[in-house]
Design a protein around this ligand. Structure first.
Ligand code: ZN
Ligand code: ZN
Length: 347
């Protein structure tokens, strides 16, 4: 079967590998769509993300084609999402309600861990169906369900924050994670959600996702307008950093009210200077957020099924799996700017 192997930055290869064999306790899924995640694009563009070989693809949907003995959470013909978190279910974090920070998840996650075979392929073999396969409700289309990774990260961040009904929120960075944080903050009852992005198209998307205002983060005038909107409390209750850039974290810090919270979702390798003498007197609460949980994937599927979560705000482009390398190059160079490219092994 066709698959796309990652050897290192700028080094992807189309390979012909054997279709996986179904063993007891495993399930074989025929892939319908697999998203090209921002993490994949980073790993393709810069060194240090994945220092190992693997077949990429950690956010996919498809149909269960075969199940091994002992598998009872899915059956042949089920429409499923395949994805992280590949938590172990055994460690302290897993057993105390925090599976998204499982210490063992990273190497086990299909399409992320060393030598794993992810879903840039015609088929994927789930060795832990209980942990990796999520049955998609009838009213949710494959094209919607495959966005679970896009949506889950922002959704989890808002659930992890202390945002309450009536609060004001700021979201810096209106890529797919930011758009999800905007939607989740509105669902959670935020009075005003003020979005920031450099890019005008993304600002328009932020408004479609439910933001009350969308401003240019490089415009002093726009930042002043945000301050004016937030002037009653002296800042926002919660500022969500979704751009993965130090200047975006600084903007969050500046627009946060005293005693408010800065929730960092974006990840970035550059150090961030935290000056306690400047921030201490305002008692800012910095918190980080990482991925999402299985429970949240099911919640999202229910929200999509009931029409409460908009999926049409995420721009998608479909492409045959055999164009994966060309699409990756376009995403890496910035020539293509969409929330997700969906690879289709069947096309
Ligand atoms: Zn991802
Ligand atoms: Zn664990």
């Amino acid at each position: 079967m066709l698959a796309v192997k990652y050897h290192g930055p700028k080094n992807l290869e189309y390979v012909d590998i054997p279709k996986p064999e179904v063993l007891p306790g495993t399930a074989l899924v025929k892939i319908k769509y697999c998203g090209i995640c921002g993490t994949d694009v980073h790993a393709y563009s810069i060194p240090g993300i994945f220092d190992w070989e693997l077949v990429l693809g950690h956010e996919s949907v498809g149909i269960v084609e075969a199940v091994g003995a002992g598998v009872d959470n899915v059956k042949v013909g089920d429409r499923v999402a395949v994805g992280p978190p590949g938590d172990c279910g055994k460690c302290y974090a897993c057993n105390t309600g925090h599976p998204n920070v499982c210490a063992n998840a990273f190497p086990e996650t299909l399409g992320i861990g060393p030598n794993t075979q992810g879903a840039y392929a015609e088929y994927v073999l789930s060795r832990h169906p209980q942990n990796e396969l999520f049955v998609i409700p009838d009213r949710v289309e494959f094209e919607q369900a495959v966005l679970f990774d896009v949506i889950g990260v922002g959704f989890h961040a808002v659930r992890r924050s202390e945002l309450k009904v009536g609060d004001n929120a700021v979201v810096t960075g209106c890529g797919s994670v930011g758009l999800s944080a905007i939607q989740a903050a509105k669902l959670a009852g935020a009075r005003n959600v003020i979005a920031f992005d450099l890019n005008e198209t993304r600002r328009e998307m932020a408004l479609q996702a439910g933001a009350d205002y969308a401003f240019d983060s490089t415009s002093e005038e726009d930042v002043a307008k945000a301050r004016e909107i937030l002037s009653h409390e002296g800042g926002a209750h919660v500022c969500f950093e979704a751009a993965g850039h130090p200047t975006s974290t600084t903007l969050c810090e500046q627009l946060c009210m005293a005693g408010g919270q800065v929730l960092i979702i974006g990840s970035d390798a550059r150090p961030y200077e935290l000056v306690s003498a400047a921030l201490g007197p305002r008692e800012l609460d910095f918190k980080l957020s990482f991925t999402y949980t299985k429970e949240e994937i099911y919640m999202l599927f229910q929200l999509i099924a009931s029409g409460k979560w908009k999926t049409d705000v995420y721009t998608i482009e479909k492409a045959p799996l055999k164009e994966a390398i060309a699409k990756m190059e376009q995403l890496s160079s910035g020539e293509l700017d969409v929330a997700r490219v969906l690879l289709m092994p069947e096309a």
